[in-house]
Structures are given as structure tokens and as C-alpha cells.
Design a protein around this ligand. Structure first.
Ligand code: HSE
Length: 341
């Protein structure tokens, strides 16, 4: 696929060798996303290697300031500093950028989009469109249809975030450190801030010394308000990294303006786009990362009354979603599908 072979868009992937980059390719393929030509971009270290797309070998090119000439859509997943430098260059060259980093998410001119919630924010937007944080996407896909029917005043989220959220090297570190520990060897963490095998720790982003919140938590709070266009929704959140390879889980408790029952939430979830209910009390079967891995939907279960709220306005539930798919690549490709072709 060296030359453009149709009027379909030229698509560039920035960070093609990363965990999300690989899922951009797999997701475009799976969904039949029309691609006239694929440009695979990465650092000089990976230039010259190849990736496979629809049975063709695509040679990885080094990312440079000229990489975006002729590109229609650029999917970025190479970290905030790369996005800050190259996304404006891509836009200047005429591309629409879908950026998976947090670099532009809170920019008032940049739509922050979950297609199930606010696809209309894209309209004929030119420039940068931001893909939200995966922990935010996982919570907001099921919460949005509830919020529309009975406004959520307050939500408390506890995350159980997989290695995939910290990248391919963190996934390797989880496997290698687990193997080393089982063999009685000492393993010094290279990627994570603490021993990862048989452990869990505060999310590996910086802590604000004033508030005690880590960056991931702050993102979930700010992004919820921006996506819901509701600055007064109260969000409490604790983000934790757990030794799971792929797919994030979250315990979510929310309080609505009016009373709400378990059955009402079940009925809303049964119709909710992007949601699959797994809530089998008889079999004690509820959402698990192992079932969410490789799945497009956010799995929702353990729907139950929050017993700490006698007023009947609050519900608790447990969700799981593939961080690399709905939490990243799938959401970005769904955004790209909404762009005018
Ligand atoms: N920030 C997320 C995590 C991944 O660390 O798990 C991407 O949204």
C-alpha cells in the first residue's frame, strides 16, 4: 500500500509501534474503515521496520515535520509532548487530528468526544479532536444515558487500571516481574514506580502536593464535566494501578436528582449504546477484565442500591472495559468514522 489507490483518506498513525498504535490498525481493519493509504509513523528507532495492514506490509517512517503532507486523518498515540509538537504541524498540512494524549483535551476549542455521548461536537470540525482518558470513557459511556433521564448530581469512582494503560513496556514488565518473582529472582522495576507483580499502587502519575490527587484523577474530574457539559457535577475519584494485563475496571456509585431504582438502571443499561450488561447474581458472574479484553462494549454489572443513601437516589455498579479499545483506539476510530469523507 505504498501509493494512494482511491479517493479514500490518507491516514497517518503516529506511534504505530505502541500498544494503542497496534490497536488503531486492528480496529480500522475490523471495522472496515476506508483507507486510501496508510502512513505508519514512529521514532527513528523503528523506522524501516514494517507493520501489516490488510495483507500489505507498510514500512514505518520516521516522524518528521514533513510527515503530514497529503495526510487527511492523523491518529496520534505517542504521548503528550509528541502531540504538542506535531499535531499543530499536521493540522497546518490539512489533516484532521484525533489525539489520544491529554495535551489538548481541556482546550476550549478542541472537542473532547465519546461518540455515544457527544458525536455532534464534531460536526465539520477541522483541526484537533481529543480522545478522552480511558478511565473517563469507561465510566461515562454507561453514566451518560442515566444522566440524561435523571441528572447525576454526584459520582464516586474507584478505578482498577490495567498495565496496558501505561503502555506496552508496562505490560512486559508485569509479565517479566511475575515470572521473576515466581522463580525467586529479584526484579527491579524499570517502567513502574513500584514492584508490580502481586502488588497494586496509586496510579503512576504525579500527585498534586496541595490536593493529594494524582493526574489521572484530575483528568477524570475535568473530562467528565467537559463531556457532560455540566460544571456542577460532583466527582470523587481514586485511581489505582492493578496487576491486570489489559482492560480497566471501575466501582461506580452515583446519586441522582430524583429517586432511581435498580430496575430503572437495568432498563436504561439494556438500551444504552456501547454497553453490555453482565449481572448474574445466581451464578455470581459480573464484569471482569478477562471478559472485557478484546471486546468493544463497556461491561456493566453489580447494579444495586447504594445502601449508604436511604433516600433511594443512589446506585452502585461495577464496570469493565478494554482500555486499548473503547478506552483508546476504538473510540478514536469511531471519531474518525464521523468525519466527512
Ligand atoms: N491514562 C490511562 C492509564 C490510559 O494510565 O491507564 C490512557 O487513557
Amino acid at each position: 500500500m505504498e501509493d494512494k489507490v482511491s479517493n479514500d483518506p490518507v491516514v497517518a498513525i503516529v506511534g504505530v509501534t505502541g500498544a494503542v498504535g497496534a490497536e488503531f490498525i486492528a480496529t480500522m481493519d475490523k471495522r472496515g474503515f476506508r483507507v486510501g493509504k496508510l502512513k505508519a509513523l514512529a521514532s527513528a528507532r523503528s523506522a524501516g521496520k514494517t507493520v501489516s495492514f490488510r495483507g500489505h506490509s507498510v514500512v514505518i517512517e520516521e516522524l518528521t515535520e514533513r510527515s503530514f503532507d497529503g495526510v487527511d486523518i492523523a491518529l496520534f498515540s505517542a504521548g503528550g509532548s509528541i502531540s504538542r509538537k506535531y499535531a499543530p504541524i499536521a493540522v497546518k498540512a490539512g489533516a484532521v487530528v484525533v489525539d489520544n494524549s491529554s495535551a489538548f483535551r481541556m482546550d476550549p476549542n478542541v472537542p473532547l468526544v465519546i461518540p455515544e455521548i457527544n458525536a455532534s461536537r464534531i460536526r465539520d470540525h477541522k483541526g484537533i479532536i481529543a480522545n478522552p482518558n480511558c478511565a473517563a470513557i469507561t465510566a461515562l459511556v454507561p453514566l451518560w444515558p442515566i444522566h440524561q433521564k435523571n441528572r447525576i448530581k454526584r459520582v464516586i469512582i474507584s478505578t482498577y487500571q490495567a498495565a496496558s494503560g501505561a503502555g506496552a513496556a508496562a505490560m512486559e514488565e508485569l509479565v517479566e516481574s511475575t515470572r521473576a518473582n515466581l522463580n525467586g529472582q529479584v526484579y527491579t522495576p524499570k517502567v513502574m514506580p513500584h514492584p508490580y507483580a502481586f502488588n497494586l499502587f496509586n496510579h503512576n502519575t504525579a500527585i498534586d502536593p496541595e490536593t493529594g490527587y494524582n493526574d489521572e484523577e484530575t483528568k477524570v474530574i475535568k473530562e467528565t464535566r467537559k463531556i457532560f457539559e455540566d460544571e456542577s457535577i460532583a466527582v470523587g475519584v481514586t485511581c489505582v494501578r492493578v496487576p491486570v494485563l489489559r482492560a480497566h475496571c471501575e466501582a461506580i456509585t452515583f446519586e441522582c436528582e430524583k429517586p432511581i431504582s435498580e430496575d430503572q438502571v437495568r432498563a436504561i443499561m439494556a438500551q444504552a449504546p456501547g454497553v453490555k450488561v453482565i449481572d448474574d447474581r445466581a451464578k455470581n458472574y459480573f464484569p471482569m477484565p478477562i471478559d472485557a479484553s478484546g471486546q468493544d462494549d463497556v461491561l456493566v454489572g453489580r447494579i444495586r442500591k447504594d445502601l449508604s443513601d436511604a433516600s433511594g437516589h443512589s446506585i452502585s455498579m461495577f464496570v469493565a472495559a478494554d482500555q486499548l479499545l473503547k478506552g483508546a483506539a476504538l473510540n478514536a476510530v469511531q471519531i474518525a468514522e464521523l468525519l466527512p469523507q
